[in-house]
Write a protein that binds this ligand. Structure first.
Ligand code: ADP
Ligand code: MG
Length: 353
């Protein structure tokens, strides 16, 4: 998926060292510790109010840590005002200047650095070319669609060639189709320019699609950092498992019944196999590398390419499976039909909290 992931070594673009940020009684960010690599597409993912924007604002210099250190390219950013940091921000609402033309908007950062008009226009046209809007230089922002405005906001942020680009839910205002298209474009653009992107989103699918690595935020803390694969396949906590993708989480007495221990176990719905509940399908010597149990069909929900089926066991355990709609057993899955559910032990995962 990620064709040219940045190297793991080298100096960090941004580093949070035991950083907290309090607003009076509110602990917005609570002792976070992580490093963002140079050239990386790094996402901060989490529900609303989990501290993502506050972290971004501390990188930009709009907020100061209550404790801890934020380093940008190795330098303690504590005393650096926003304009002395080699970073730029793209916001959800674009914040284009409505009275200026698109060209003037894109050139703005060069104008305040006294770059000549000829040079400005040349670079702005290059940027507009890169975002695939070569013909909008003389238009007003009001004459563009939402997706086009968002791309212009990107061009405006990139023209100064910041080493780090901060993006706070930049696609949040776009409709689904456009958002998906922009996700691909943004990812390609990031690879092309090679700038470190720090991307804030509450949308797990967006984070999985675009990122080299993801930090999952919960209540001001970072729950887990990893590649999209690690976050989805190997979540460490119930929070991460639940926030990213659909989950069966078994704990306590239910775990005891299924797994023979009381750890908290995760099984993703697509890992569950469904077969006819014939006698031959339940061998006496159960293979310890897989788990199988009898269950009955509860609710079926058609979702286009897949059908989600909630099963229940005689002891009342609910189990969610996701079956491709080409699956041969699907047409026979009537309510209360008895089936065999199974999964490989390797496809289940013990959660720590
Ligand atoms: P997110 O971006 O993940 O939605 P934020 O970083 O914006 O979360 O906010 C984290 C917490 O800090 C929330 O409880 C929010 O209400 C609070 N908060 C953020 N900024 C301020 C502020 N300037 N004053 C008081 N509380 C704030
Ligand atoms: Mg936010």
């Amino acid at each position: 998926m990620n064709q040219n992931p940045p190297p793991a070594s080298g100096q960090s673009a941004v580093e949070f060292q035991n950083v907290s940020c309090h607003f009076g009684e509110v602990i917005a960010v609570n002792q976070v510790d992580f490093a963002i690599r140079e050239g990386e597409f790094f996402s901060m993912l989490g529900p609303s109010g989990s501290g993502k924007t506050t972290c971004l604002r501390m990188i930009a210099g709009f907020e100061n840590p209550t404790e801890g250190i934020v380093r940008i390219h190795g330098q303690d950013a504590g005393n650096l005002p926003p304009y002395e940091r080699d970073v730029n921000t793209v916001f959800q609402d674009y914040a284009l200047f409505p009275h200026m033309s698109v060209g003037e908007n894109v050139e703005y950062g060069l104008m305040i650095r006294n770059v000549s008009k000829v040079q400005r226009k040349k670079q702005a046209l290059e940027m507009l070319d890169m975002i695939q809007l070569p013909d909008v230089y003389d238009r007003k922002p009001s004459q563009l669609s939402g997706g086009q405005r968002q791309r212009v906001a990107l061009a405006r942020a990139l023209i100064n060639k910041p080493r780090v680009l901060l993006l706070d839910e930049p696609l949040g205002a776009l409709d689904l189709k456009l958002r998906e298209q922009m996700q691909m474009e943004l990812k390609l653009l990031q690879r092309k320019v090679g700038i470190t992107f720090v991307f804030v989103t509450h949308d797990q699918e967006e984070a999985l699609t675009m990122s080299d690595r993801i930090a999952v935020f919960n209540n001001g803390k970072v729950e887990q950092i990893g590649t999209p694969f690690e976050i989805y396949e190997k979540p460490k906590t119930s929070f991460v498992a639940n926030f990213v993708g659909l989950s069966n989480i078994f704990e306590g007495a239910i775990s005891q019944e299924i797994f023979g221990n009381s750890n908290t176990h995760l099984v993703r719905p697509e890992k569950i196999q469904v077969a006819e509940a014939t006698e031959g399908n339940f061998p006496n010597n159960q293979d310890s590398s897989s788990i199988s149990l009898k269950a009955q069909v509860g609710v079926l929900v058609y979702t286009g390419s897949h059908t989600k089926v909630e099963f229940y066991t005689s002891s009342g355990i609910k189990i969610l499976a996701s079956l491709a709609n080409s699956h041969s057993i699907l047409p026979s899955l009537a309510k209360d039909k008895e089936v065999k559910l199974s999964w490989n032990q390797a496809d289940s995962q013990v959660l720590v909290g």
